[in-house]
Design a protein around this ligand. Structure first.
Ligand code: GTP
Ligand code: MG
Length: 727
């Protein structure tokens, strides 16, 4: 496939911000996102129409084609004409599987509109709700594509009336989500209505689709479509309906009519998503998407590249980015020179020299980070965009090692380079055992990572999947005083459980030790009634949900503003390996009440205090009530009603809770919760007991204390022995 001709067509369009649309395709797994993108590629001449529908061209990674699912987000810029006007669609196809939701979530910041695809038979499923909520929270305007309508006719054999009723039901379900999650002003404005033209129904596989309006205009009755499918011919010819009701055209019309251009979108998105002052020069430029103002670029993904190392992809919210310019990262504080700029075209990329606001650009950076905001020199004090972050936890772990020990360094280096592109992947080395632990969102996520290592020639031995637990205390301790071995320093600490709303702010990344002190203060004051003095004395916090306060009064509070980052890194490690089973600690509020050290307290060196803090934390687990928390998944199971009983019993044997059973059409949907530990291998059991009449989706719900205590104690013994912990 070559896109060269198209790129020359695209270049002039990049300047016409008014005619640009940045759009994502979002949906539950398998509802037909990539198949729909095929039809759009074919429409703009980038894919042969005969391949569209089955090529899944944007699933260009080998693993994606092999497994038939999308793993990474894919970008492509498509030119198209409506009447005499040429538009540019910057399209992002996203993965539906929860294990790859990290990539999808990040892409939300850079799009202004979303086509939410719903399988007409399955309807709004768990991830439909998740993506719709997230889009609405990011002020992304949604439109609806009801896909796989052919299945209503050929599989469910619904009558015309029933099909109509099904459409109504799907639109209602979707509007309920809008009502629930849209910000107040948009609940009404963004509603979906068949006669408004913001819903298309059709079949991506068979390349037809239309709005209600288009059907009327073209004088086509749904009855005609049903008749085509009802022909007893196994080789049904869809060309006629493809010609009459081309899906791509209908989708493109809907995008142009109902989804905003970057200028319109930034007007309301910027004040909600950027916490800087709107009245400043940067604020005004962001608001108006001004190509002539100072540059601001938000990075939402990195793509590994054989020659360049990594390529970062981001949205230009203001200014025009040019080769040769020096750029500053607001997250890492590094300067970098722009050497090359690219447009992404699916598997390919094209060099360009400059690109104005409103577009999506790729570039190579020395220290690429997802969630970074980049600005030009002299704008170093700009407030960055906050990183998009949703509650996902890397709860499944493998302990891995290379088959040949000499490959260890190679393996670690490669894992590090994969991690740059995978915000939800965690890699830790247990210093006591030397084990390398990789944690991800689920088994599939880790399987893909390991196959990536193997593809690079490293043979890997993996453990069975292990659940990552959390260690915590349940009650406030007495004062704990710890002396250093040489008795020169001592520290008095009290520890108590941290308030849940603060744990959420920390684990979701909304509050961090890296952000400015003022911003942190604002966010904490908004969320909890801690007094100002206490907030000023916050010494440390981490993304596992722990904080340390410095309440020793003999220290000038300004000393807390200049703590070297090495101290934070050492403290992070203290919480990463808990005293019970060496899993991370969660939810501790550590209060340093008194410090006595040999040097002047005003010139304190914090480093020698860290082992004392660590010791006090260990002590708190022994002297007060402690607990192990296990991750719980939300589960959605789709089956046929006759298997509900069997599933129910498998589920309760696995300590699962069924919360709701609902029947939609011929299917039954079971919603519940289950400990992650009990899900390994469960999909296979369910499949074999139901002769394959089941699909099974899980995603992280919450952490729960392991009870009764005897079960917890057994687990602690088992894990300590396995991990060789003897203290
Ligand atoms: N019957 C029918 N099948 C369809 C239709 N659209 C897509 N499919 C099939 O549904 C399956 C999934 O399609 P994809 O386009 O890969 O779905 P996706 O939403 O991109 O999947 P993920 O990216 O993995 O979440 C494929 O087997 C498609 O052929 C349709 O309109 N009718
Ligand atoms: Mg896909």
């Amino acid at each position: 496939m070559t896109y060269a001709k198209k790129v020359s067509e695209i270049l002039p369009l990049l300047q016409n911000t008014e005619y640009i649309r940045n759009v994502g395709i979002l949906a539950h797994i398998d509802h037909g996102k990539t198949t729909l993108s095929d039809s759009l590629l074919a429409y703009s001449g980038l894919l042969s129409p005969s391949l569209a529908g089955e090529a899944r061209a944007l699933d260009f990674l080998e693993e994606e084609q092999k497994r038939g699912i999308t793993i990474k987000t894919a970008n492509i810029s498509l030119p198209f004409k409506i009447e005499s006007q040429t538009y540019l669609l910057n399209l992002i196809d996203t993965p539906g599987h929860v294990d790859f939701s990290g990539a999808r979530d990040q892409s939300l910041r850079v799009i202004d509109g979303a086509i939410i695809v719903v399988d007409a038979v399955e309807g709004c499923m768990a991830q439909t709700e998740v993506v719709t909520r997230q889009a609405l929270e990011e002020l992304i305007r949604p439109v609806l594509f009801i896909n796989k309508v052919d299945r209503l006719i050929t599989e469910l054999k619904l009558s015309l009336k029933e099909i109509e009723a099904r459409f109504k039901e799907l639109i209602q379900d979707f509007n309920n989500l809008i009502e629930l999650y849209a910000l107040n002003n948009y609940k009404q404005l963004w509603r979906i209505e068949a006669n408004k033209g913001n819903v298309v129904f059709g079949s991506a596989l068979h390349l037809w689709g239309c709005t209600a309006e288009e059907m009327i205009e073209k004088r086509i009755k749904f009855k005609n479509i049903v008749e085509i499918y009802q022909e007893q011919n196994p080789d049904i010819d869809y060309t006629q309906i493809q010609k009459q009701l081309p899906l791509s055209k209908s989708i493109i019309n809907m995008i142009v009519k109902h989804l905003p251009n970057p200028i319109q979108a930034q007007k309301y998105r910027v004040p909600n998503l950027w916490s800087g002052e709107i009245s400043t020069e940067m604020g005004q430029n962001l608001l108006s998407c001004n190509p002539n103002g100072p540059v601001l670029l938000y990075i939402y993904k990195n793509v590994a590249d054989k020659n360049l190392g990594a390529i970062s992809v981001g949205r230009i919210f203001a200014g025009t980015i040019k080769i040769g310019e020096e750029i500053f990262s607001l997250t890492s504080g590094n300067y970098d020179k722009i050497q090359q700029l690219f447009l992404l075209m699916g598997a390919y990329r094209e060099n360009i020299k400059s690109l104005p606001a409103g577009n999506i650009v790729a570039l190579n950076l020395k220290n690429p980070r997802v969630g970074d905001t980049l600005v030009l020199k002299n704008f170093e004090d700009t407030i960055p965009f906050e990183k998009v972050q949703y509650e996902t936890e890397a709860v499944v772990q493998y302990s891995i090692e290379p088959l040949h020990p000499r490959e260890l360094k190679n393996m670690i280096n490669l894992l590090e380079s994969i991690r740059i592109n995978e915000p939800n992947l965690k890699i830790t080395t247990n210093e006591e055992t030397g084990e390398t632990l990789v944690s991800g969102l689920g088994e599939l996520h880790l399987e893909i990572i390991i196959s990536e290592l193997q593809k690079n020639g490293i043979e890997i031995i993996t453990s069975d999947p292990i659940v990552s637990h959390r260690e915590t205390i349940l009650e406030k301790t007495n004062l704990i005083t710890i002396n250093s071995p040489d008795s020169k320093n001592s520290i008095t600490i009290q520890i108590e459980p941290l308030e849940p709303q603060i744990i959420d702010l920390l684990t979701s990344g909304q509050v961090s030790i890296k952000m400015s002190k003022n911003r942190r203060k604002q966010l904490l004051q908004k969320n909890i009634d801690w007094d100002e003095e206490l907030i000023q004395r916050l010494f440390f916090c981490d993304n596992l949900g722990n904080v340390i306060f410095w309440l020793e009064k003999n220290l000038d509070i300004s000393a807390l503003d200049n703590i070297p980052s090495g101290i934070y890194q050492t403290l992070e490690k203290v919480f990463r390996f808990g005293p019970l089973i060496r899993d991370p600690i969660r939810g501790l509020k550590v209060k340093i009440m008194k410090v006595s050290i040999q040097s002047e307290i005003s010139q304190i060196n914090f480093l020698p205090l860290i082992p004392l803090i660590k010791h006090a934390i260990i002590e708190s687990f022994h002297s007060s009530k402690s607990a192990i928390l296990q991750p719980i998944y939300k589960v959605q199971i789709k089956t046929v009603p006759s298997y509900i009983g069997i599933i129910n019993s498998i589920f309760s044997q696995a300590n699962g809770k069924i919360l709701q059973i609902e029947q939609k059409g011929p299917n039954a949907f079971i919603n519940g919760q289950i400990p992650v530990q009990k899900t390994f291998g469960l999909a296979n059991v369910l499949r074999s007991k139901t002769s394959g009449h089941v699909s099974f989706f899980t995603f992280f719900s919450h952490w729960e204390q392991i009870l009764p205590e005897s079960v917890m104690i057994d687990l602690i013994h088992k894990l300590r022995e396995k991990r060789g912990i003897h203290d």
